[in-house]
Design a protein around this ligand. Sequence first.
Ligand code: F6R
Length: 594
Amino acid sequence: MCGIFSYFGPKTNIEELITGGLMNLEYRGYDSWGIAYKTAQGIEIEKEIGKISDRVLSNNSQDTGLETNIAIGHSRWATHGGVTQANAHPHFSADKNIVLVHNGIIENFFELKEELKKGGVEFVSETDTEVFAHLISLYLHEGFEEAVKKALAKVHGRFAIVVICKDENKLIAARVGSPLIVGIDKEQNEYFIASDIPAFLKHTKDVMYLDDGQMVTIDQNGAHFYDMESGKRIEKRIVTIDWDLESAEKGDFAHFMIKEITEQKNTLHRAINQDAGLILELAECIKNAYGTFLIGCGTAGKVCMVAEYLFAHVAKRHINVAFGSEFNHYKHFIKDKSLMIAVSQSGETADTLEAIEVAKGKGANIASILNVETSTMARISDFVLPVKAGPEKAVASTKVTTSQIAILTLLAYALADRLEEGEQLLIAAAGQINDMLNPRYERHIKALADKIYHSESMYIIGKDMNYPIALEAAIKLQEVSYIHAEGFAGGELKHGPIALISEGTPVIAIVANDEYKQEILSNAMEIKARGGYIIGVSPENSEIFDYWIKVPDAGNASPIVNIIPIQILAYYLSLLRENNPDMPRNLAKSVTVK
Ligand code: F6R
């Protein structure tokens, strides 16, 4: 979490430049922000609580008095220390010679802090980051690079840092487990270092990737990469990325969330038009594997659960499913012929990455189904199936979720040697979704939101492959509406949770047109008999429903079509409750900490 954006080059509008870059990283964290830049006199710092997008720019562009401007910026998602101005980044060393921004966690910060305090260092924040600044300054007499290297050798954890020094015209960055990418504009002789590409997409599409255990120094002579342990120089290739700026912007939509929900008209087609060769190749890997382990976190974890049902029904295959954070007990069963398939939007989720590292350590084959093809996960996987949904910026995942399910559906069909049937199923579903996503449909769902937005709790029930969709629906509602929402397997309700139902409690019943239809309708009936207000998400109406949201009858693609109206409902509930659907409280898009 946390967004880092830094600049080295001739541009003078530092305030606007860094603010613009950080605004594109706000999805990574948005509780406070800060900027530091060099001037002829020293280093200036500005930091505030709140969102960088709420910042009012001053009219005067700073005159740093320098030919080359060097600046670092940060948008924070608090881990160590509350949301205060003192804890916001960048952080100075006590002597103000060093200033840095940091993403990630320093695990041994407490010991280091005690050691530094014994040496007389006074801390001004509660962050782990400050330790880094003091350590670098402690070794500065050995030279800037050497000091950063020595400090890096002392800290343990997963992190990324960018550092500036009062007396050096340089930026130094290092990466251990948290993403950092260098953008370069050779003509302008300017460089950007950021946590993600959208931060500098407006300025350049040419990038160089910093890998784990590597540092980069940027000065007038260019960018020099090296191994942080051995100090050995590393040559990097410049890669031109093919993202377009428009897809990373809101356009005419009020929020990214509704833009991305609407984009499902196209994103599913992109997922379906996946290179069939890749799908068949991965299906072959599953056939030959001694155990397949599908892992993901949060929404991606629910996608994996949907796949477990699909693989069972379509291909009669058992796969092991675990959340990244709950993978550890599976490690005993991973062999060198096992296959791990990681599912992730960002490709940077720490818990998923850690599970991959464990499996890799045991010699397993690693495949990943990813939206961000330039991510860490992509780079450490043996095989990548791209989701191709384009940048997803709202914190709540929508379009990537349905594309991931589509890809896993193709995989299940490929495994059953019926790939074409799977493609036809999804093409039909994509067409139905295209018809479904229209203003009238949205209005119908908004009218429901108007009725229930004061509710304290909501429940969602589903069965079979729509049970994980009930769980995913709960995540969507929790994240953006902040209404207490829980998903259950319909049949489980009477074993306890039905006690929660009282007069008027809204309950969404996901009723697919499958062999379980009557069963889930009976569950809905049991809830209605206890006063529940039943919202049916179903191809057909039923007298049990108090409110009906029609969805197409999509067969085995029902998990894809069923989640979309609930995404829309979550969006409108969020607006009615005056929340920001793109940046829900306490959350960040990319969870790079454990
Ligand atoms: C919820 C959501 C999260 C992510 C989870 C994993 O809407 O987006 O639950 O699914 O944090 O993130 P990725 O997919 O980037 O690994």
